[in-house]
Design a protein around this ligand. Structure first.
Ligand code: ZN
Length: 525
């Protein structure tokens, strides 16, 4: 008993917050959002609609103003593509002889509007399949790729800074570079070292519907006829006639040596069939007006994605993918920040905009839609602080920050963490491309400086093992549910860190700026 009291007193100076109680309240939002009743909050589903309603209600209870189109809701129209796998096939054609690849085990086919029903084209291995003009890096130069299908391994040249590499590895930028060569399709072979989810599990998601924004003007991929992913364990089935082995390419990639480019000397022949339909989903937006007569016309945005992947293939008898950490946890953090702001007497100078976005799992669609159709003037958005799956699985000693070196926000989060005794870490795993893999990227592409956050750890520490095991076992699995060990007090501490960061940005005399040497400065308007 005495010991407990002592510990509580020791905690008080850290922001004078009752972290245990705040952590419990944070968790209580997740208990609603990740309940089986929400059916995994798939974009466009009834479960997602209910979750959006819940968030809108909580925003209202926290005293925030509605900032959607209909109340707190901004509807987002989407186009759905569902693969009819029984009518699809993929074969490697060598001198007229066809070797079928087993869909699901050997390869998966991508679907999106505009793909061709039949393709039959020569395959060419193109290294990482990247063109990065700033580093005069071009995997396509000197190759005749017209009418061909490019095959690449994930990753990229180590000399390119991670944020820039992530940008050029994004779906749209990569395809832009490939399309220029006249190639008609692409095949990805993941490097097993940077796969978040083992193939055996990730392949279960191949039958899930894919989505794109319904407005064709917002579509940034044109002319792609074919798209597939190959199981790295069977990559040699595709390389068989090239004189190269996948193990050799992996060894070169791991040693950061240049990768060879070569004709596969086979054709890839595919039949792709899919069904299309339309659906509507919801962004939820709310505002806490600022107190300064001038600065209140500027907004600091907090974002988190409300959607998860819904109901899918059962694993251990469970088919509801609850998405408790991904990303009910981030939405809960936004709700906590709203509640904490309501509780505190001093108001921030700039306004705060809270947006929970839909369609993140389908390719950051809700945030892209919001960033192009914001419900406040686009120029008034000064920063995006995005919270996606920050994984509070152990105490918060290290905070990993994506975008740290890109804008003045980097110095802000460093200052906040310094005061809190938390060590800031830069992106630890550039090969996972995390900076472009969540909703902050939609805002960055509109010129808005942004940061994203995760619990960090030291190399080879027990915490590293906990985080990696979580990805392997629970990430995008039904076991990312309410029945998992989470450090709720650490999450509350994280929420307080974000609150302080928000305050610092909202009260600063000038708005955040991209650093002079930031690659992403080019998007600033
Ligand atoms: Zn996810």
């Amino acid at each position: 008993m005495l010991r407990f009291v002592t510990i509580t007193l020791l905690l008080l100076p850290l922001g004078a917050a009752d972290l245990a109680q705040e952590g419990q309240r944070w968790w209580s939002h997740i208990q609603v959002l990740a309940d089986d009743k929400m059916e995994g909050r798939n974009t466009g589903s009834e479960g997602h609609r209910k979750a959006a309603q819940f968030v809108a209600g909580e925003f209202e209870r926290a005293g925030l103003k509605a900032a959607g189109v209909t109340g707190y809701i901004q509807p987002v129209k989407l186009r759905v593509s569902e693969i009819v796998e029984s009518a699809c096939s993929l074969e490697v054609i060598q001198e007229g002889k066809a070797t079928p690849l087993k869909l699901g085990d050997d390869a998966t086919l991508g679907v999106r509007p505009g793909l061709a029903e039949h393709v039959d084209a020569p395959g060419v291995f193109v290294g990482y399949g990247l063109a990065i003009p700033e580093y005069k890096f071009d995997d396509f130069s000197g190759l005749d790729l017209k009418g061909k299908i490019v095959v690449y391994i994930t990753g990229g040249p180590k000399e390119v800074p991670s944020a820039m590499r992530a940008h050029y590895s994004s779906r749209s930028e990569r395809w832009k570079a490939i399309a220029k060569t006249g190639a008609i399709g692409l095949v990805e072979i993941p490097n097993p070292k940077s796969m978040d989810i083992p193939w055996e599990r990730s392949t279960l998601a191949r039958l899930n519907a894919t989505m794109t924004l319904a407005d064709p003007k917002l579509e940034d991929i044109h002319g792609m006829q074919f798209n597939a992913r190959i199981n790295p364990a069977f990559a040699d089935k595709v390389l068989a006639n090239s004189g190269h082995k996948f193990a050799e390419i992996l060894a070169l990639a791991d040693a950061a040596k240049p990768l060879p480019k070569f004709a596969l000397n086979v054709n890839l022949r595919a039949k792709t069939q899919y069904k299309s339909s339309d659906v509507e989903s919801q962004n939820v937006a709310a505002i806490l007006p600022g107190s300064d007569p001038k600065l209140k016309d500027e907004y600091v945005v907090f974002t988190a994605h409300l959607d998860h992947v819904g109901v899918g293939q059962p694993i251990n008898g469970d088919k509801i993918y609850n998405g408790a950490m991904d990303d009910a946890s981030g939405v809960a953090t936004l709700l906590e920040i709203a509640i904490l702001l309501k509780e505190q007497p001093v108001k921030w100078k700039r306004s705060v905009l809270f947006v929970t976005v839909t369609g993140e799992e389908k390719g950051m669609l809700g945030s892209r839609y919001y960033s192009i159709h914001p419900t406040v003037p686009a120029k008034s958005i000064v920063a995006d602080l995005n919270v996606d799956m920050f994984l509070p699985l152990f105490p918060l000693k290290y905070l990993e920050v994506q975008g740290l070196a890109e804008s003045t926000l980097g110095a802000d989060i460093r200052e906040v963490c310094k005061k809190a005794g938390i060590t800031v870490q830069a992106d630890k795993e550039p090969d996972r491309n995390l900076f472009i893999r969540s909703d902050q990227y939609s805002f960055i592409r509109q010129g808005v400086p942004a940061l994203a956050f995760k619990f960090g750890y030291e190399d080879k520490s027990p915490e590293e093992k906990i985080a990696k095991d979580w990805l392997k076992n629970r990430y995008h699995a039904p076991s990312d549910d309410l029945d998992q060990p989470v450090d709720k007090a650490a999450a509350a501490r994280f929420n307080r860190v974000l609150l302080e960061l928000g305050e610092r940005v909202a009260n600063a005399s000038s708005r955040p700026q991209w650093n002079a040497d930031s690659f992403f400065r080019r998007f600033a308007k």
